[in-house]
Design a protein around this ligand. Sequence first.
Ligand SMILES: [Zn+2]
Length: 688
Amino acid sequence: MRRGWVCALVMALVTGGIVLGQESGANKGAQEPALPYTPSLDLASMDKLADPCVNFYQYACGGWKKNNPIPADQTSWSVYGKLYQDNLEFLRGILEQAAKDKDQRSEVTRQIGDFYAACMDEAGVEKQGLTPIREYLDAVGRLRTAKDLAPLLAELQLVYGRSVVFSSGSTQDPDDSEKIIAELDQGGLGLPDRDYYTKDDAKSKETRERYVQHVAKVFVLMGENAEQARKDADTVMHMETALAKASMTRVERRDPYKRKHKMKVADLSALAPEFGWTAYYSAAKYPGFEILNVGAPEFFKEVNRQLKEEPIENWKIYLRFHVVDSASPFLSAAFVDENFDFYRKYLRGAKEQQPRWKRCVSYTDRQLGEALGQVYVAKVFSPELKASTVDMVRRIEDAMAIRIQGLDWMSPETKQQALGKLHGIRNKIGYPDKWRDYSSVAITRTDFAGNMARANHFEHRREINKIGKPLDRGEWEMSPPTVNAYYNPQMNDINFPAGVLQPPLYDAKEDAAPNYGDTGGTIGHELTHGFDDEGSQYDANGNLKNWWTKEDREKFDARTKCVEDQYAGYIVVDDIHINSKLTLGEDVADLGGEILAYLAWQDATKGQTLTAKDGLSPEQRFFIGFAQWACDNDRAEDLRVRAATDPHSPAEYRVNGVVVNMPEFAAAFACKAGSPMTKPAEKVCKVW
Ligand SMILES: [Zn+2]
């Protein structure tokens, strides 16, 4: 459920229950579908009139930006988003086939087919109204005292997750990654970040007012009159604001020591005595455990204060809203529309709702991803493709080993440790060795909201049931069709779903230069996460344990500070600068990744005579291939949300911010000293 400890390549494409994608008109579902092909270096995406030494992103992506306006149903548009859209079309074909009610379907095919069919049955969903969540609303209605809250929350969280007051589940013990322990963390907010509740600028105030209006509209849809609805919305806002103020910021949460507070249930009861923890854990059927980690203790003190001071009626109002708001995307049209109007239209700038089939494909991927993924992988991820990408990973890792050995600022002791960590990284490419078994999830063709709830329940239970059991290092946190990748510092593994190893990102028809620039850079990016300001605090086994000498750590910090200062100078939107303390890990990974990819590419093509193509030298093609992963168009609304929440810098800086630190780039394009895409040698940032 939670992705907090994972460093992904891009912000999740699924947001607020809804996925990026583009309406392309024709239904291709009837035919055996195929992923469309775009080369990994696309000349039409370039702007040859731009000077690469002045703005390389414009030079490599200017044509793409011009030719790819943001579709009305999208909040932004990018090479990644477009590939995801192609994937949706492709998966739609698989699902429409699977939905055909045939006797011969395998259990996996039946589950994904029926899930999709139930979601597409708009008339059936409409007829049900609030029925699918009635039992939960009734349970909230029966609350009498604060003590009754614990077992109820246990039940609601199984179905609705972290938006219900706080998040709860399991995690690897930060001191012993082989052990799975229970975990509690902050949550409970309707807006995308705690800062939305605390900032004083005009835009933040406007957003809060619009949010309260949204909450009120949800209450009206539930049958309240306008006056009562507004009053109840104010109560929700008042309680969430207090929770937000007690929540850690995203920057604070990048420090793993600030999230580490291991304790016994007795300590938890001392921290928040008003909550019935024993009743909670028993109702949620947690396995017995000794130790849990509380990510944000101050937050639970605030929950405790509210339990003591807020009337139970206010808690009921808060819970009713969160149950309905969480379920809204799966309910009747009035709820779906209100959810869209606030979360995607107002907050992120989309003009239109996505067609239903797109939402249904993405929900199937989200809820039954390793069932749908089995069919997807069989069609798009051949053993040859796996072998060639595994080879690329090996070469990038070799480049990193050479790079570590050659660092002029690091002592031999720390180098030994860094190499140990590098060699401890597990490479997971394409799809899991063992598929998740969803056979215990009851999926019917007639109950979409029920299917969603049961799949959520299954996933939450799966998390809880891991407590006390041996760690499964083969587990994935992204489904195979996902167009993204991640590094998990506690697992010390890199994960590349089959969806991200497709053209134009990885292009088996192209030569090494653009492929190493693009996918090679992505692999290097994920590897470097093991060694960024956050990941470098974990050892080879994924334990939070210092392996640095004091002097080396100081030198490392000075080097990451160079990156932090550089990115702090860039503007995201309006007058909002990049919060480079938030993006530091990603910025370090972007730079390190491309340096490693360049070295690995040279190694892979050693002894070959590389020739120019389309008037571009091999080195130029490497860098254009790199930049073209990031071509995008953005809406101001979406950029504002990302400035507050996204640990990645905007695409333009993920390209230009990297090449200014690579003398290899200046050489490839013969950039004169002093041009914007260069830096004087003494100002160049270099970490790994
Ligand atoms: Zn990353």
